[in-house]
Design a protein around this ligand. Structure first.
Ligand code: SAM
Length: 251
């Protein structure tokens, strides 16, 4: 009980430091009210901010890595396969830096963007020796600090699965603006529509195809498993294949 209270106070202090007293009170009140009622909120930006600002980041995201084989497959089938070498890379939603660690050595310049101040704070501390990384807290749907046609590769894993379709649409518009010609984006997102377990949004693979058409981007690939279908993208799923990775290219 005492350790539970200590943990709550530690979370409250971090949230107050990052968001200021007024916003912190609102975020924490919502968090504890939801806990009492055992509700999962819809995937709004406010709910994402609350969930990730108060998450225990002590394992830096590896609490979601189900096995070394799974992580190797994600790295070799997506990150090493598609992220250009020595280019300008952008990661959206780095969390504790689970994938940043592997992107940083590939990049000439790396921009990290996260909705949650706590995550940007963690990455700043973890990657303090990497002088080619810049950091931004954003509004969860736009990238105004990234210049037009300046990015070779965009990476986002385990982030868009929690973002609602209208906010993803807003990001895809930004991809069309910031990618250089022949630039690539690798985006892991929900595909099953109404699947709410593990807090997936109601995004689908077809929505992503429509969004790309809206902004003249090409869908090069949509892949919903790893290692030729032998490893699921999301291992804890009771429903098969709730997620997909879309590889997007700019002509
Ligand atoms: C489940 S964590 C995954 C972190 C990291 N990508 C990983 O795989 O370990 C989700 C991350 O997405 C960020 N996030 C959620 N919604 C976002 C949004 N709309 N824009 C940018 N970042 C967002 C959260 O702050 C958090 O860092």
């Amino acid at each position: 009980m005492a350790s539970g209270l200590r943990e709550m106070l530690a979370v409250a202090r971090t949230v107050r430091r990052d968001l200021g007293t007024g916003r912190a009170v609102a975020v924490l009140a919502h968090k504890w009210w939801r806990k009492l009622r055992r509700q999962k909120p819809p995937n709004t930006l406010e709910a994402n901010l609350e969930v990730w600002e108060t998450h225990d980041w002590s394992e830096a995201g590896d609490e979601w890595t189900p096995s070394p084989e799974w992580k190797q497959a994600v790295l070799y089938e997506f990150l090493y396969e598609y992220m250009p070498r020595q280019g300008a890379l952008l990661e959206i939603g780095p969390g504790g830096g689970r994938w940043t660690e592997h992107l940083a050595p590939l990049a000439r310049a790396l921009t990290l963007v996260d909705l949650t101040p706590a995550c940007i704070g963690l990455c700043r501390a973890r990657f303090a020796d990497h002088k080619h990384i810049e950091y931004h807290v954003n509004d969860g749907r736009s990238l105004p600090f990234v210049p037009d046609a300046s990015i070779d590769g965009i990476w986002s894993f385990d982030t868009f699965v929690h973002i609602a379709p209208p906010d993803i649409h807003s990001y895809v518009k930004e991809f069309a603006r910031i990618l250089k010609p022949h630039g690539v984006a690798v985006i892991h997102h929900a595909r099953a529509g109404a699947y709410s377990r593990s807090w997936r949004s109601d995004m689908t693979a077809e929505h992503m195809q429509e969004f790309c058409r809206d902004f003249r981007l090409q869908v090069a690939l949509q892949q919903d498993s790893l290692a030729g279908g032998t490893i699921p993208l999301y291992q804890m799923a009771t429903q098969t294949k709730p997620d997909v990775v879309t590889v997007i290219r700019k002509a």
